[in-house]
Design a protein around this ligand. Sequence first.
Ligand SMILES: C[S@@+](CC[C@H](N)C(=O)[O-])C[C@H]1O[C@@H](n2cnc3c(N)ncnc32)[C@H](O)[C@@H]1O
Length: 339
Amino acid sequence: MAKKAADKVNHITQEAIKEMFLESKPMSLCIADLGCSSGPNSLSNIKELVNAIERESRKLFERAPEFRVYLNDLPTNDFNTIFQALPDLYRELKKGRNHGSPSIYIAGYPGTFYGRLFPDKCLHFIYSSNSLHWLSRVPPGIYNEQGDSTNRKSIYISENSPPKVAQAYFEQFKQDFSLFLQSRSDEVVVGGRMVLILLGRNGPNYVDRGTAFLWEILYRSLAILVSKGEVEEEKLDSYEVHFYAPSKEELEDEIRKEGSFKLDRFEMFEIEKDTGNSSTSYGRAVAMTVRSIQESMISHHFGEAILDNLFEEYGRLVDEEMAKEDIRSISFVLVLQKL
Ligand SMILES: C[S@@+](CC[C@H](N)C(=O)[O-])C[C@H]1O[C@@H](n2cnc3c(N)ncnc32)[C@H](O)[C@@H]1O
């Protein structure tokens, strides 16, 4: 699903890096992928960016720049898997080239993107796909003085949540996204570009069916395990996800307030339901995506033993819901230029 989102806006990403390159022609072009994960997308995105710049250089009869590529994710990410795939990437980049392979130097940068990651003014291009809708933490404002969650019967903002819950999530998003922009502002050169792809909401209402249903179904799957005695009810009551799907206006407001980036492009798109693989149902595909993100938090809170049963229920419930209603999540793609 993440790959589909990135593919759908591939042309926007490529145009943004080409524009930046033609304006400034750096000899050593520095790219960072924030929230790169460890799946096959991590390196295929990089390959496409390098290919795009090489094509532009060939058109101009110029030598392509060297590439410095920084792959970022949280320290718990499986960087080893990415590093083990590097020889294949180098081989692919060499394929069909009679003038040798591009000079490319790749490094891992473990750490949170909600804070500084890179030295001052070193990046020309930032790419971040499907990562910025993850908050740095569960908003502290949802807990009462006793430390109990006020968001009973939900694990995210839902129709049943008290207004204070939505407000707490929104506050956490503002804090995180402004810190993200401030940090990148120090790291990106003037004229550098950022392409950000993330899930969003279609309007001001905090409860957006397209994203809320992912968490409503996780809650229902956990509740099924409570009814089977596999999960304690109190554990479920105290679980929350650190996710937030912002609206267009909320993103624009934070960009304006922070002030160091110009918004060159803002587009909204939907991902279709098809999985592209007939042996996997849509529900299962969604379950696998949500599991890859939630697995460590769920294991920490409920224990690892529930994972297989939980996500089997999850996949089944998604298929059941989708048979009744075509629920679509929307994503945003933003191109920002450093002023
Ligand atoms: C769904 S994956 C996206 C992977 C890839 N970018 C793609 O589009 O296929 C989201 C990634 O964001 C990472 N992530 C979440 N919060 C982060 C943070 N604060 N700093 C760095 N990475 C983060 C997660 O660890 C995860 O690997």
